[in-house]
Design a protein around this ligand. Structure first.
Ligand code: A3P
Length: 458
């Protein structure tokens, strides 16, 4: 029937990928159910999700367990079972859930038919005392119906299995929750995030993920479809820390910043993680991004001038509009930060001035170390040096050699033309005003580029 229940009957959440793969391969299972997502209790918040094309529906409980075989031995006496059916908990489970799925054990069916007794009586009671019309469907159709009714539940929201005792019990003993980041560098792109990354990994207690060949080294888990690969996939990018308390794992994915999904997903899996964002003047960011696209030979960026990209109207060709959106939207700083603040408290968020990171990285890195609470204190003034050939700060290696970022960072390109600058100043005006209010509310100083932009408003 395409339906199966896990060996440990709730063992489909937290997800064991191997089980999902095996089910599909061996029996072409398409549907299962769990009591555990997102938590066992309260039961009315149980949700469904789809993972690896297997539809997982929420399951309810009816009070019959493996050891509940005889009517007279029902916990608390048979009256309790009858009460539950006749207007009690089981009755309300059916009334309050549009779709109810129950499981009783074979022993109940086989030995004393307590399961049958329960559900025949429950159906009778419901038909007598309510005007609910009870219906049932075979598993595949039922699952389709479920996600037709609740399409927003299709995407799962992964949590840390170690935060919940039931989840921990179900999860494999071989697995660990230590391979999760303590902080995230969220971007946006082109604000100096790679430099920050390079400086961070110089610290003896800070460890990054291993690079992903697919996404230019970044894992990009929380923002896009990699999320659907599950947390085992994510954790495999991280080393096992030698000391969970003092080691700081982190990950930088510069597209997290403006992602609609990332804050909610990150808060669900790593709620205590610290979040670091770097901001430069959004106009400069947009221009740097455009240059980045050109050097990656993005056909649209090669075809259209910067001014054409930023000023394209609603009837411009689709490729131009798409490029424009990708270029400009990350610069709506206040809206994106507000979204992160819906899920993370302000004390977990650090906003770095990207311009300061560029000209005085040692001071910024001191601030970062303090914010993270990472030890020992690492002296960046000694470890970094200004490389005049590169024109940027770089890591100082032995014998006076330097390790700078590659050619793709700190590119040479002509300055932005004045008409584009003026256009963008106007375009970002309201966003910048909102950002200044936000920083004020957070008690944070305004970066100098923001002060300059605000002066243009007056
Ligand atoms: P440009 O290449 O436009 O100059 P990101 O890593 O987020 O993509 O940001 C790239 C930008 O980081 C570069 O943009 C450069 O200006 C800036 N940057 C800041 N500090 C840097 C450093 N030490 N080395 C190289 N680039 C740095």
């Amino acid at each position: 029937m395409g339906y199966a229940v896990a060996p440990h009957h709730s063992g489909v959440y937290p997800v064991h990928v191997q089980l999902y793969e095996a089910w599909k391969k061996v029996w072409n299972i398409k549907i299962t159910s769990t009591e555990e997502y997102p938590h066992l209790k309260p039961a009315r918040y149980r949700r469904g999700f789809i993972h690896k094309n297997i539809m997982v529906l929420p399951r309810q409980t009816c009070g019959l367990f493996t050891h509940t075989i005889f009517y007279k031995e029902y916990p608390g006496g048979p009256k309790e079972l009858d009460k539950s059916i006749q207007g009690g908990e089981l009755f309300f489970t059916v009334v309050l859930n549009p779709i109810s799925i129950f499981m009783t054990h074979l022993s109940n069916y086989g030995n004393d038919r307590l399961g049958l007794h329960t559900f025949v009586n429950l159906a009778n009671f419901l038909q007598t005392w309510t005007n609910l019309r009870l219906q049932t469907l075979p598993p595949v159709q039922l699952a389709h119906k479920y996600f037709e009714l609740f399409p927003d539940q299709k995407d799962p929201l992964w949590q840390n299995p170690c935060d919940d005792k039931r989840h921990r019990d179900i999860w494999s003993k071989e697995k660990t929750c230590d391979r999760l980041p303590k902080f995230l560098v969220i971007g946006p792109q082109k604000t100096g995030t790679t430099a920050l990354y390079l400086f961070l990994v110089m610290h003896p207690s800070i460890l990054s993920n291993s690079p992903s060949p697919k996404t230019f080294e970044e894992v990009q888990f929380f923002n896009r479809n990699n999320y659907h690969r599950g947390i085992d996939w994510y954790m495999d990018f991280f080393p096992v820390p030698s000391n969970v308390t003092t080691d700081f794992l982190f990950e930088k994915s510069a597209n997290y910043f403006h992602s609609e999904e990332a804050p909610k997903r990150a808060a669900s899996l790593v709620p205590k993680a610290k979040i670091i964002t770097t901001l430069i003047d959004p106009s400069d960011r947009a221009y740097s991004w455009y240059q980045h696209q050109r050097s990656h030979e993005d056909p649209a960026a090669l075809k259209f001038s910067f001014y054409e990209v930023i000023s394209a109207g609603p009837h411009a060709p689709w490729e131009l509009r798409t490029l424009q959106k990708r270029c400009l939207v990350p610069g709506w700083y206040a809206s994106h930060i507000e979204r992160w603040l819906m899920y993370f408290p302000p004390f977990q968020l650090l906003i770095i001035d990207g311009q300061q990171l560029r000209i005085d990285p040692a001071t910024v890195m001191d601030e970062v170390q303090k914010f993270l609470g990472v030890l020992p204190h690492y002296n960046y003034s000694e470890a970094l040096t200004f490389d005049s050939r590169k024109g940027f700060w770089c890591q100082l290696l032995e014998e006076g050699k330097t390790k700078c970022l590659g050619k793709s960072k700190g590119r040479k390109y002509p300055p932005m033309d004045p008409s584009s600058r003026a256009f963008l100043s106007g375009y970002y005006r309201d966003h910048n005003v909102e950002l200044s209010k936000l920083l004020h509310r957070l008690g944070q100083p305004l970066p100098s580029w923001l002060r300059q932009e605000l002066q243009k408003v007056r």
